[in-house]
Design a protein around this ligand. Structure first.
Ligand SMILES: Nc1nc2c(c(=O)[nH]1)N[C@H]1C(S)=C(S)[C@@H](COP(=O)(O)O)O[C@H]1N2
Ligand SMILES: [Mo]
Length: 320
């Protein structure tokens, strides 16, 4: 987007100084309790909150996860201009165009259901529940294209442990924000909205399952699911639900958008699996964005060592 303004404005750049200083004092006040001043720097990203939610801002102080893939990272422009986000249109280039003015501040996420401590988290709270990590994951869409993306977030288990799921919690249900006024194309998307997804409890608690607030060193662009989304790297992309507003711990397997739309084609599990074809195309290979030749798709998208044991004894052709 060469005609766009520079997108690395920080909170300081876009906020009148007195507002910034009040906010800063407020945040410092919040954090000195229980946080040594020496540890303050790791929360520096708090000063960079988006002004409107429509322009990504720099995140500071995140650490690099040591297990990231060393494969070539996909150019950011591809990752931000080849999207599925049906609320903003069904074409791959639609979300970048149509989500520009999506208002994501203020934002909060309700976490409830079978938990001891149901709670609503503001986005500011979500930003500081745990140190942010950059994790470079393979990202494989069910339509046989893939990317390598440096996400920023922390394991979903952090938020789960805070609300304390009860013994009855066997699945987690996720829901995307839906406002037809902000998402006028949603009614033509051909899927039921709000977008919903789900994971089995062990899948949600797997250390790879990432609650994601940024990518490429910045907060999430709207088309990539601002301000907070899931990333489940061993599953097809549609499990990685965007712009989350509700997380519910539940007893029974929850409905999921693409399974509701076509249960023959999209299962609940949707683990990346080169041996189980989609009814209309093979899943054996994929095209990495920016590359010409297709490459073989890896079982569990290459994360088998971390996740295969969760599916021991399950017929993955039946539970696709
Ligand atoms: N709310 C919502 N979440 C969604 C989708 C969507 O249409 N709406 N599309 C899914 C699909 S099909 C994919 S492949 C990924 C794409 O994520 P990306 O655009 O950040 O690459 O988002 C998933 N999450
Ligand atoms: Mo997808």
């Amino acid at each position: 987007m060469p005609s766009e303004p520079k997108e690395d404005l920080t909170y300081v750049d876009v906020t009148p100084k007195h507002v910034y200083q009040n906010r800063r004092n407020f945040l410092v006040g919040l954090l000195v309790t229980g946080t040594a001043v020496a540890g303050w720097k790791k929360y520096a990203y708090l000063l960079n909150g988006p002004a409107t939610g429509s322009v990504p801002v720099k995140l500071n102080g995140f650490k690099k996860w040591p297990y990231s893939t060393t494969e070539t990272v996909t150019p950011e422009n591809d990752v931000t201009h080849y999207n599925n986000f049906y609320e903003f249109g069904t074409g791959k280039e639609d979300p970048a165009q149509n989500a520009r003015d999506f208002v994501t501040t203020p934002w909060s996420v309700t976490v409830d259901g079978e938990v001891e401590k149901p709670r609503k988290f503001t986005m500011e709270e979500i930003m500081q529940l745990a140190p942010l990590e950059e994790r470079i994951y393979r990202h494989r869409c069910v339509e046989a294209w893939s990317m390598v993306v440096p996400w920023i977030g922390y394991p979903f288990s952090v938020i789960a442990n805070l609300v304390q799921p009860t013994d009855k919690a066997r699945f987690v249900a996720f829901q995307t924000y839906y406002d037809p006024r902000q998402m006028p194309l949603g009614s033509q998307a051909g899927i039921e909205l709000p977008y919903v997804e789900g994971l089995r409890m062990d899948e949600a608690m797997n250390p790879l399952t990432l609650l994601t607030v940024g990518m490429y060193g910045e907060t999430l662009p709207n088309q990539d699911g601002a301000p907070v989304r899931m990333v489940i790297p061993w599953k097809y992309g549609f499990k990685s639900i965007k712009s989350l507003v509700r997380i519910r711990f539940v007893k029974n397997q929850p409905p999921t958008t693409w399974n509701l739309e076509n249960s023959q084609e999209y299962g609940f599990y949707s683990n990346v699996n080169p041996h189980v074809d989609h009814p209309r195309w093979s899943q054996a290979k994929e095209r990495r964005l920016g590359e010409f030749f297709r490459r073989p798709t890896l079982m569990f998208n290459g994360y088998g060592d971390q996740v295969a044991s969760m599916y021991t004894g399950m017929d993955l052709k039946k539970y696709f």
